[in-house]
Write a protein that binds this ligand. Structure first.
Ligand code: B12
Ligand code: SF4
Length: 430
């Protein structure tokens, strides 16, 4: 049996990074534990001292796996994280010296930039997509992968449909106890392994999710996971699906399951689409104590929505808002200005819609589309994956900032939003 350390690089202190519970790495650890391997998960929220004192890295591991969740915070005003990962990996290599364990990369951010990161961070091997099955194969014979400099495609993990994922109490408590959490710790729960059926021009999900066969987790397993989460003191859950209600029948089944549990104080959220979304679903959401129904039309100008690849338009959004209002559901609507072909007119149309239909707290606004590999935006710009590793945004008109400020009601311009806009403008100009 192998000895495997798993490091949550997303818990490194980095500007613009606010660590969240590492469920992806926990999935990998759980698979290794069940197969009888000896594992340790190193997370710097749980063990801050492990950041300075790297002696744990030299404890004779056969394999050290690293999860890379985010490449950057997708924010025009923020730098990327890659140089922090690079500096940390250099320190690890220095610490382990000649008796080097096999170094393996994985995670959603890693999967996006696997070839560039493998070279830059010097991993022996990397996994693109779901990690459990590939990691089991890698740790079964680490020498076969030593120095391979190659990425392997993640595979379907059949036990996703059979195992209840329960997390160690100490790791959960570390995230519960974190300072500065305004609304309380939120933990991710998977309901399915399935690529998204839509094709938004900026979205790499289909690529990251890899060969997922459309596995839907049995609802009794989801219920069991929710109970362990509740017992740990965490009260906020985020279902990690690309779109929670892409298959309405299954989504309703999950929501009915939540309603059927005795979990006082538990709220939840997810990414939704305004279509399919009917009254029965809205009523179930209300009964289940959903915190927010998060949707991402990204623009509310029908021409822009088409360009962005949305499969719905403002009529569907309007029906969705009416349903949410009827059933007293909290909405969060993501809008990103600056997509391909964004003009003064499209900004005006979106702003008018927002001004007329959204409450102040319902709008979540960003400027600039981060261009990611394997997306239509990257193909349009003919940029190689390596060129995209540093935060790269789709070019937009420099007047975009003024248009947004002029067209949106001032009630949407909180100090935080204005500061962000100013920082983004400074960066775009520089
Ligand atoms: C759900 C989600 C969220 C939720 C998370 C809720 C929660 N509490 O967990 C919320 C809404 C909070 C969120 C926020 C953000 N997110 Co997000 N999010 C996702 C999403 C849709 C799913 C991630 C997930 O949890 N999947 C389920 C878990 C089980 O899978 P996983 O983590 O991928 O792990 C598997 C594999 O990656 C692999 N693996 C993982 N680790 C390792 C390690 C090794 C060694 C190996 C071999 C394999 C391996 O095996 C795991 C099991 O199969 C992804 C997109 C996607 N489809 O992946 C974006 C994504 C991860 N998010 C992203 C980003 C950028 C963000 C934000 C920075 C956005 C922002 N500006 O606010 C924040 C940052 C949050 C933070 N503090 O880290 C990017 C990251 C890449 C990038 N572009 O940098 C993604 C890929 C989306 C995108 N558009 O590109 N997010
Ligand atoms: S609907 Fe969401 S997950 Fe699906 S392609 Fe569009 S942005 Fe990506």
């Amino acid at each position: 049996m192998a000895r495997v350390a798993l490091v949550n690089l997303a818990s490194l202190p980095m500007p613009g990074n606010d660590p969240i519970f590492p469920i992806g790495l926990r999935c990998v650890q759980d698979a290794l534990d069940r197969a009888g391997h000896q594992t340790r998960l190193v997370d710097f929220v749980e063990s801050p001292a492990a950041l300075d004192d790297l002696s744990w890295a030299a404890e004779g591991w056969d394999v050290i796996g690293f999860t890379i969740r985010n490449i950057d915070p997708l924010d025009l005003a923020c730098d990327g994280h890659v140089e922090h990962y690079q500096a940390f990996l250099d320190r690890i290599r220095h610490t382990v010296g000649a008796a080097a364990p096999l170094l393996v990369g994985g995670g959603p951010g890693y999967s996006l930039f696997a070839d560039a990161l493998l070279r830059r961070l010097g991993f022996d091997v990397g996994v693109v997509g779901p990690g459990e099955q590939s990691m089991l194969e890698i740790v079964a014979d680490p020498d076969a992968h030593r120095g391979s400099g190659r990425n392997v495609d993640g595979k379907r993990y059949p036990d996703f449909l059979g195992n209840v994922l329960t997390h160690p109490r100490s790791l959960m408590s570390a995230y519960v106890d974190r300072q500065g959490q305004v609304e309380g710790t939120m933990i991710g729960v998977e309901t399915r392994r399935k690529t998204c059926y839509q094709g938004c021009v900026y979205c790499p999900y289909a690529y990251i999710s890899g060969q997922n066969q459309g596995d839907l987790k049995p609802v009794d397993l989801i219920a069991a996971e929710l109970h362990t989460i509740h017992r740990s003191g965490i009260r906020r859950v985020f279902f990690t699906d690309g779109i929670f209600n892409s298959e309405l029948k299954y989504a309703k089944e999950v929501v009915r399951t939540i309603i059927g549990q005795d979990l006082p104080g538990l709220t939840w959220s997810a990414y939704f689409t305004p279509k399919p979304f009917d009254d029965e679903f809205a009523a179930l959401l209300r009964r289940s104590d959903v915190e927010f129904v998060v949707v991402s039309p990204d623009s509310l100008d029908d021409r822009m929505m088409k360009v962005l690849g949305k499969s719905f338009d403002t009529r569907h959004v309007t029906r969705f808002i009416e349903r949410c209002q009827r059933h007293e559901l909290g909405i969060r609507m993501n809008i990103v200005f600056g997509g391909p072909g964004e003009s003064r007119e499209s900004v005006r149309a979106t702003a008018r819609y927002v001004n007329a239909n959204l409450a102040t707290e319902e709008l979540v606004m960003n400027l600039g589309y981060r261009v990611l590999p394997e997306t239509a935006l990257a193909r349009q710009l003919s940029l190689a994956d390596d060129d995209l590793l540093d935060p790269t945004f789709y070019p937009f008109d420099p007047d975009l900032f003024s248009w947004v400020i002029e067209e949106l009601d001032t009630r949407f311009m909180s100090t935080r939003v204005l500061l962000n806009l100013m920082a983004a403008r400074a960066r775009a100009a520089g």
